[in-house]
Design a protein around this ligand. Sequence first.
Ligand code: ADP
Length: 274
Amino acid sequence: GEALAVSARVAPLGSRLVLLLVEDLTEARRIEAVRRDFVANVSHELKTPVGALSLLSEAVMDASDDPEAVQRFAGRMQIEATRLTNLVQELIDLSRVQNDDPLEDAEPVRVDELVAEAMDRCRHQAGTKQITIAAGGTADLHVWGNRGQLAAALGNLVENAVNYSPARTRVGIAARRVAAPGGDMIELAVTDQGIGISDKDKERIFERFYRVDPARSRATGGTGLGLAIVKHVVASHGGEVTVWSAEGQGSTFTLRLPEAGAARDRAQQHPDLD
Ligand code: ADP
């Protein structure tokens, strides 16, 4: 009788501990899974739009005498095809970013050119949502690195700012030169007035395939790879990316990248590190 009473008292505590432990393990294993089972992840992510396309094409065939339905299904096919294209493009970006040494063909890259390219990339989407993109402070600034990768990084940030903002809001891109111990850096801040990101999600958004709201991300053709690519690019350039955000108010993503002259000076001071 006493043993039962004791175990009844201990059990709730024990199960809570076990639960905490299990949660901890699950979390750790989830993160591990995202890293290690990349291939499994990719095939799953590819399966979704491919499956949808196959169902939709069947639906189109069945609805051949209903032009309105055909129109509707075709529209959805277009969305899935875009998603598939984005996914493949980002996978290519990601593998390039991970495998190549981006600094092999590093050069001074004009910040205003990077900004113009990033704005171009989402001109259409911004136009439909009547979102104004404004840039400032970019004149005469140069970062040091791989032009294509840097454009992909900034482009992803501006694309996200537009995607996760309501219509008729503003997106700002601000550039400035800041002094740092190892030489000047260029700071590029992308600010939106969008939905924002919770503290809990802030820690996860840079993981591959992590999306706060998969349904919403999917609707805009999102893949969950964009920020993983941004993180890899800045890391391989000796920079960093940080995020400030308040839910319901907006977010600011800031890139910090080596300034071109400072990076060249550093390379000259340490030629053997080249
Ligand atoms: P996605 O392709 O889904 O946009 P990302 O890796 O670029 O993937 O971003 C990961 C997740 O971070 C997004 O799904 C979204 O939930 C969140 N996120 C990224 N940028 C923003 C932003 N500017 N405002 C709000 N949420 C964002």
